[in-house]
Every structure is written in structure tokens, then in C-alpha cells.
Write a protein that binds this ligand. Structure first.
Ligand code: VGL
Ligand code: ZN
Length: 220
């Protein structure tokens, strides 16, 4: 079974938002177009308490973009964004949510950041997404959303580690690109880990084709 996972399509990641991803709004029509082709549609939301350690304001003297050492990893300090239950944490209003079966929250622990929709950055806390997908009988997951160089990349790599077949829908993703090469580095890393990269049109064509094959097989 195939699942579509729509990653962090939230107000704060849209143009004008607190942590705007350039052209992030352009992926919403792609999300809406893809949904009808999937048996299971899920979504993640970045969901931070206001006192989260990933916010620069919670570190006196630090500014967004600074990097500090935390739990043995490099933590980028961000502007305050996606604070749980605030306007900025909501799904952007033009996203179709009719088919969303379940929403997974990430970054909920104030002490550790979480880019992946599966595990936090220290790999201590599990969002439950992996177990849920297995229970539903999902073997192939399709990821789209924001941002390519953070949540998409980390989620795709974790999903491969968990044994799923993973496809990232490239026209459904946009990067933050703190450094100009972050997006291409993310794609290189994902591809070398075995992640498939396809456009939404390629994905839809392949799903239609497999539907025809299945129907033919059933007809004998
Ligand atoms: C993300 C930066 C900060 C993401 C979340 O989900 O890509 N990026 N928080
Ligand atoms: Zn965040």
C-alpha cells in the first residue's frame, strides 16, 4: 500500500510566515493534486512549545541562524515558529485536508529539535509514524512538503532506515537553502541512501499504470 505524507504545510513556513520557505506556497496545488491517487494520506506538523531550545530568543545573546552545540549535535537556532496551537502552526488554509487520516506532531519536546517526522534529531523520541505506517500495511511512502533540506531530507533518510520504499516528490518540495547548495546536497544524500526522486506527474502516471496492471491481473 502507498501512503502520501504531506510535511509541515503550515502558515509559518509560507511566504509572510515566521520561518518562510521561499515559494513554499507553490507546493500546495501539488499536494491537492496528488491526494486523490493515494489510499492513505497523512500529514506532519512542526509543533513546538514556546520555550523550545531551537528558538534563538531562548538563548540570551543569540540570533536566528546562529549554531550551537546541543546533545552532541549542531543545533541551528531558528526564529520562533510553529508554536503549538497558534495561528502560525495551522495548516495553510488552501490545503485540502479532507483525506488526511492522521496528523503527526514533531518537535514537541522543548529540549530537542526534530526535523524528521519519525524521530527527533537525537533519535530519542518516536512520533509513532513508523509504527502507524506498518500497522496500516504501508510499504511505499511518498513525501512532499517543506523544507527539502530539513524535514524532507531527515524524514526520507529515517524512512529508508525503517525499511520503507521512499519517493520524494520533487516539485512538491521547496528548500530553505541557508547555504545555496543545501537543496542539491540534500537530494544527493537522499539518492545515495536509495530514495527515489520523481515529479508529481511521474508519480501519478506510475500509479495509474499500476492500477491498470492490477485490474488486468484480477481479470485473469
Ligand atoms: C523545519 C526548520 C525548523 C522543517 C522545522 O520541518 O523543515 N525546518 N523547524
Ligand atoms: Zn521547527
Amino acid at each position: 500500500m502507498r501512503a502520501l505524507i504531506m510535511v509541515d504545510l503550515q502558515v509559518d513556513f509560507m511566504p509572510g510566515g515566521a520561518l518562510a520557505v521561499p515559494n513554499g506556497n507553490e507546493v500546495i496545488p501539488v499536494a491537492n493534486k496528488l491526494q486523490p491517487y493515494f489510499d492513505l494520506v497523512l500529514a506532519s506538523q512542526d509543533w513546538h512549545p514556546f520555550n523550545h531550545t531551537c528558538f534563538a530568543v531562548n538563548h540570551p545573546g543569540k540570533s536566528p541562524g546562529d549554531v550551537i552545540e546541543m546533545h552532541g549535535t549542531q543545533q541551528i537556532l531558528w526564529p520562533v515558529h510553529c508554536v503549538e496551537s497558534t495561528l502560525g502552526s495551522r495548516f495553510t488554509s488552501n490545503l485540502n485536508r479532507d483525506k488526511v487520516m492522521k496528523v503527526f506532531h514533531k518537535g514537541t519536546d522543548s529540549k530537542v529539535d526534530s526535523y524528521s517526522a519519525f524521530f527527533d534529531n537525537a533519535h530519542l523520541r518516536d512520533t509513532g509514524l513508523g509504527k502507524y505506517l506498518r500497522k496500516q500495511g504501508v510499504s511505499e511512502i511518498y513525501l512532499m512538503g517543506l523544507a527539502t533540506d530539513y524535514c524532507i531530507q531527515y524524514s526520507a533518510l529515517d524512512a529508508v532506515d525503517l525499511g520503507f520504499s521512499v519517493c520524494v516528490v520533487s516539485d512538491g518540495c521547496r528548500p530553505i537553502n541557508r547555504n545555496a547548495e543545501d537543496e542539491s546536497a540534500a537530494y544527493r544524500k537522499m539518492e545515495s541512501a536509495g530514495v527515489h526522486i520523481s515529479t508529481s506527474d511521474e508519480v501519478i502516471r506510475a500509479i495509474k499504470r499500476s492500477g491498470i496492471r492490477r485490474a488486468a491481473a484480477q481479470a485473469g
